[in-house]
Write a protein that binds this ligand. Structure first.
Ligand code: HGY
Ligand code: MN
Ligand code: MN
Length: 404
């Protein structure tokens, strides 16, 4: 099976009839179906599949005489944002499986162990922390932080893990496993549009913007939409509206070198009645910029604006940091070595976070990007052409042949 055929095989899993695209979130029905698919497919390729203490899946291919560490790791994630595209994550997984199959078919003799990994909760769409599986593996997120997480329906992460064969008491840093990773190479669909203008199908990553997520909670006074005079209202939705405009303003007014971007894509209004003034609004800020301090400066500007907006409306606001990822520079020597294999491809920065970005602090890490003609991602319109998907597998296969 080729990467393209694998994508077609899983395309029906987690389709979202309301949002469009796919909604596949940590250990929900769709994610479990995808994890089962991955396990079966990897086993059929002769790989040994295991689930680690943090719900990441590892499909191992060892040399004939047994495991040789440190290993080469490739793969990506299978979970999505709500209503996401079909490629963000899965393309890296299916390309890795296809590449392993090609290496085996070509009679490649492994010099060191190779693993295809599926990281858990990369999007953080269910429990709120992006790259949770790789963060727990490396200790970037402590287990107690994860064990306190619940999803929007009130399901506790600890219970969801337990229901799926992961002991909640066992999650956390996995130094032995980390020591077995020699390097990681993640293939991913390009997010943004840098390759198309260059008429290039494949690129190598240079950096990831610093980025983080903050939850703002604005509380006011719930009341009747008809009987409450305007001058006595304390409406958190009004304060939230001013805050959201301030989010965009803060990014626009940041220094150009910061390449700042700030987004509010998720808002909860309580109680949510058409004829009721809300009592509470929760909104999430996604802030990103070239340097860590640029992000902090942006969040400080938003926090100040939110506090002023809340005060003006007689409301209160709290700002809680949910996660922060420092700026990533991928491994220069590894990237150079891969560029030698690929014969010279564009080097491109990205504004999107990745598990390979989390691992970059601990092991040599690199990323391959496959051209996305429109650059759209985190939306159903995300695409890559069949020809470029094939080119991505050929590139990954050549890189893995060189590395392993
Ligand atoms: O949000 C991100 O940058 C990634 O897609 N998780
Ligand atoms: Mn994503
Ligand atoms: Mn991704």
């Amino acid at each position: 099976m080729t990467a393209l055929q694998y994508l077609r095989e899983i395309d029906g899993i987690g389709r979202d009839p309301v949002r469009g695209g796919h909604s596949r979130h940590l250990l929900d029905d769709a994610d479990r179906a995808l994890r089962d698919w991955f396990t079966t497919t990897a086993k059929n390729l002769g790989l040994d599949v295991e689930q680690d203490r943090n719900a990441n899946l590892w499909a191992w291919w060892h040399p004939a005489d047994g495991p040789v560490y440190p290993a080469v790791v490739t793969g990506s994630h299978l979970d999505s944002v709500p209503g996401g595209g079909a490629l963000d994550g899965p393309l890296g997984v299916v390309s890795a499986l296809d590449a392993v199959a090609r290496l085996k078919a070509d009679g490649h003799v492994l010099e060191r162990s190779l693993a295809v990994v599926v990281f858990a909760e990369e999007e953080g769409a269910r429990f709120g922390i992006a790259c949770l599986g790789s963060r727990l593996l490396t200790g970037v997120t402590p287990p107690e932080t994860a064990l306190a997480l619940t999803d929007s329906a009130g399901h506790r992460l600890r219970d969801v893990l337990a229901e799926n064969g992961v002991d909640p008491a066992g999650i956390g840093p996995d130094q032995d496993r980390l020591a077995r990773i020699g390097l990681i190479l993640e293939l991913h669909v390009e997010q943004g549009r840098q390759l198309a203008p260059r008429d290039e199908p494949i690129g190598l990553a240079t950096t990831i913007l610093a980025h983080g997520r903050w939850k703002l909670t604005i509380t006011g006074r719930g009341d009747h939409a008809g009987s409450t005079e305007l001058d006595s209202r304390r409406d958190p939705v009004v304060a939230a509206a001013d805050t959201i405009k301030a989010v965009r303003r803060a990014a626009v007014e940041a220094p150009a070198a910061a390449k700042a971007r700030a987004t509010v894509g998720r808002i909860n209004v309580t109680p949510g009645g058409t004829n009721a003034i809300a009592s509470r609004v929760e909104l999430w800020l996604d802030a990103r910029a070239e340097k860590d301090h640029d992000v902090r400066d942006l969040v400080a500007a938003v926090t100040g604006a939110a506090e002023r907006a809340a005060t003006d409306e007689g409301c209160a606001v709290t700002v809680h940091e949910e996660s922060f990822s420092t700026r990533v520079a991928f491994d220069a020597a590894l990237t150079e070595r891969l560029d030698g294999v690929l014969g010279g491809v564009p080097r491109i920065p990205t504004g999107a976070g990745h598990d390979a970005g989390v691992l970059a602090e601990f092991v040599p890490s690199a990323m391959l990007f496959v051209r996305n003609p429109e650059g759209v991602s985190h939306a159903p319109a995300e695409t890559a052409s069949p020809e470029d998907i094939e080119r991505g597998v050929v590139a990954l296969t050549a890189c893995l042949a060189e590395l392993a």
